[in-house]
Ligand binder design. Structure first.
Ligand code: PHE
Length: 358
């Protein structure tokens, strides 16, 4: 056994001394010291030796093991040093090799859906319009025929940046520099109806995607900041059928196929008549969690632009009519990707965002 050990030791050390790369060292490690290695095997045979020879043989075998392990570690170290030195001298470094690919970002799922819809409506001749997120109270409410005592105007619902001027003097002073109006974070994209119509006048076709803000107790379906996309068309002879066609096209663009839809009456001060559009649940045939078992999902409100809104924008309601709809972008993004909590959308959490490559 002694001789065999000595043989193995010499053989192993010789290979280690000559090894030119780390892979070779790993081979040696496995071959001699591994679980089925040659030295390990020899150690296992200790039990078959006469009892008085066992301690000495055991000691020797362990010494050989330790010596080999040390030789391996040393050689590995040398090889690493040498390769580092080569690299530092510029050898073995190929500057023409392509670098590691930079990590690619992707558009936020909200942006992806928004762009898809912008493309769709652009192709139908709509302008993509924009408006400020910090908005006059009068644009957010009055011009949209929302009365002064409407509950949506309460500070519990709308985020006020500046209260309207309350006292007569303050109001008079403010009026002289045009600032009697309150200032809010817009609570819906319907403000862009007013801005676009005042700016361009009829005939007009616009969509206006953007962020809106509400004072909300936050939970899985309520966020203080979310996204909507407003649609507005004003022209001669515009009616409900036109609106329905635009809404159906929107849904087809969104879900990739035609969905059965229905209109229910709905009330919004800035439209008359007003509707809620429901679509057949795109996710089931017979009722599921998303449609709460009803096979219909409420998708988007809309209606014919109220004459008072047209008048507020200096458009003659005797000549022109129009329709408007308000798509909840955040909601349809959640629907189309199966996102179960709205708070993920603006969380900035990379674990969430990485699931949406462009
Ligand atoms: N602005 C409304 C809201 O935020 C939605 C809407 C838009 C309703 C256009 C009708 C027409 O709830």
């Amino acid at each position: 056994m002694r001789e065999r050990l000595e043989e193995l030791r010499r053989e192993a050390l010789a290979i280690v001394a000559e090894a030119g790369e780390e892979a070779r060292l790993r081979e040696v490690e496995v071959r001699f010291l591994g679980r089925n290695g040659e030295i390990t095997g020899l150690l296992r045979q200790l039990g078959s030796l006469p009892a008085d020879q066992r301690p000495a043989a055991g000691r020797e075998a362990n010494l050989v093991k330790a010596a080999l392990q040390e030789a391996l570690d040393q050689r590995r170290d040398q090889l690493q040093q040498a390769s580092l030195a080569r690299e530092l001298r510029g050898e073995g470094f190929d500057p023409t090799l392509p670098g590691p690919p930079p990590p690619a970002g992707a558009l936020h799922p909200l942006s992806q859906v928004q762009r898809r819809l912008e493309d769709l409506f652009s192709s139908m001749g709509f302008l993509v319009a924009d408006g400020p997120e910090v908005e006059w109270e009068s644009y957010n409410f009055d011009a949209l025929n929302i009365p002064p005592d409407h509950p949506a105007r309460e500070a519990q619902d709308t985020i006020f940046v500046r209260a309207p001027q309350a006292t007569a003097e303050a109001s008079a002073a403010a009026e002289s520099d045009g600032k009697a109006d309150g200032v809010v974070l817009r609570s819906h994209t319907s403000t862009v109806q007013i801005r676009a119509l005042k700016k361009h006048g009829p005939p007009l076709r616009v969509v206006a995607p953007g962020r809106v803000f509400r004072q909300e107790a936050q939970d899985a379906t309520h966020e203080h900041t979310f996204h909507q996309m407003e649609g507005l068309v004003v022209d001669r002879g515009v009616g409900v059928a036109h609106m329905l066609h635009a809404m159906n096209s929107l849904l087809e663009g969104l879900f990739g196929r035609k969905l059965e839809t229905r209109l229910r009456p709905g009330f919004f001060p800035f439209v008359e008549p007003g509707f809620e559009l429901d679509a057949r649940c795109p996710f089931c045939d017979s009722g599921c969690r998303v449609c709460k078992g009803s096979t219909w999902i409420e998708l988007m409100p809309g209606g014919l632009v109220h004459p008072n809104v047209l008048e507020a924008c200096d458009v003659d309601p005797e000549v022109y009519s129009g329709y408007a709809f308000g798509l909840g972008l955040s909601r349809v993004v959640m629907l189309s990707y199966g996102i179960d909590d709205i708070r993920w959308l603006l969380s900035g959490d990379l674990r969430f965002l990485r699931q949406f490559p462009s």
